[in-house]
Design a protein around this ligand. Structure first.
Ligand SMILES: Nc1ncnc2c1ncn2[C@@H]1O[C@H](COP(=O)(O)OP(=O)(O)OP(=O)(O)O)[C@@H](O)[C@H]1O
Ligand SMILES: [Mg+2]
Length: 316
């Protein structure tokens, strides 16, 4: 089976699940409100991986960063917020039986929807859950929020792999996350779309924009100079027109092992740990662990749960 065929199969299975989901959702099964609960003490570091343009390497970065962080002793869960596409599923080589909708509508525990992938990385599929927010009752949303708080207390790092571009859900995920990694490639369209995303974030962040730092990953570059050029191009316009800040987190070279590893459904950090691509991602993980987000940020932004609340309110 080639990669395209495998992807098609996975998408079909995912669509079939979502179709079934819709049928069940139509029956409006209600999940009871949870008992009041105290805020959990442990709170994951929430890292959102995003991009202006699609196909620039968000999922590759997410999964490999997860593996690299795991190698350094961190527990990691990836939340696939890229609804409809089966990206991480394909890279993991595993189809999750349940997704977030099953938590909302069928009383599944959040632990039941986490599948374990390579290196014991947890993976949770958003399914059609968040797209359906507009149709949910307040009780259902509150229930989801409680469950997501639980998720954040279960792991050291929660990586959110978002869809590309400027949709409301992507923006809310980004605004609610204390750390944002922006993946960009040297293609001119990737650079302009990254700027468009930064501009929207800047406009939507309100008073918080002065404290907002977005960390750039230059992916699929041919040299350090090309990565530096890419960063400079964005930095010039960001400094001139926006209040938020852009930092350079690191570069990942173009590496054929990256696409080879997707075919093999084994992330490059496992299949080719000594390759240039894997080493670059290892350096990025190292740098991330060396920089801890400001406490102010963690207090101000309340993670996934806060994003869901905002999305729900914006749809009402
Ligand atoms: N550094 C790299 N070198 C070579 N190929 C790469 C590199 N990074 C990613 N790719 C390839 O680019 C393609 C897109 O990568 P990926 O699926 O991670 O992007 P994405 O941003 O998650 O896409 P989408 O927006 O569709 O979710 C894949 O085929 C992947 O193998
Ligand atoms: Mg992806």
């Amino acid at each position: 089976m080639d990669q395209a065929e495998r992807l098609r199969n996975l998408v079909q299975q995912s669509n079939a699940r979502n179709g079934l989901q819709q049928e069940r959702d139509d029956k409006k099964s209600m999940t009871p409100l949870p008992a009041a609960r105290t805020v959990p003490a442990k709170r994951a570091r929430v890292i959102t991986v995003t991009s202006g343009k699609g196909g620039v390497g968000k999922s590759s970065v997410s999964i490999n960063l997860a593996i690299q962080l795991k190698k350094r002793g961190k527990d990691v869960i990836i939340f696939d917020a890229d609804f409809g596409l089966a990206n991480i599923e394909v890279m993991f080589g595993a189809v999750p039986k349940y997704n977030l909708s099953d938590v909302i509508f069928h009383g599944k525990d959040i632990r039941d929807v986490i599948v374990k992938g390579p290196s014991d990385i947890g993976f949770i599929s958003g399914g059609s859950g968040i797209n359906g927010l507009g149709n949910m009752t307040r009780e259902q949303v509150m229930y989801l929020v409680e469950k997501l708080k639980e998720l954040e207390s279960m792991t050291d790092v929660l990586i959110i792999d978002t869809g590309a571009g400027i949709s409301d859900s992507v923006i809310e995920f980004v605004l609610s996350s204390e750390e944002v990694l922006l993946v960009t490639t040297p293609e001119p369209t990737s650079i302009t779309d990254s700027y468009a995303l930064l501009k929207t974030l800047n406009n939507r962040a309100g008073d918080m924009r002065e404290n907002m730092v977005v960390k750039l990953i230059a992916n699929r570059v041919s040299s350090r100079e090309e990565a530096q050029n890419l960063f400079n191009k964005l930095q010039v316009v960001v400094q001139r027109f926006l209040k938020l800040k852009l930092d350079f987190l690191g570069m990942v070279p173009w590496d054929t092992n990256m696409s080879k590893s997707i075919m093999q459904q084994k992330p490059i950090s496992i299949a080719y740990p000594e390759s240039d691509g894997a080493r670059a991602l290892s350096n990025i993980a190292e740098r991330l662990l060396g920089s801890v987000p400001a406490q102010d940020d963690i207090v101000e932004k309340r993670g996934l749960a806060a994003a869901i609340m905002k999305m729900f309110h914006s749809k009402k």
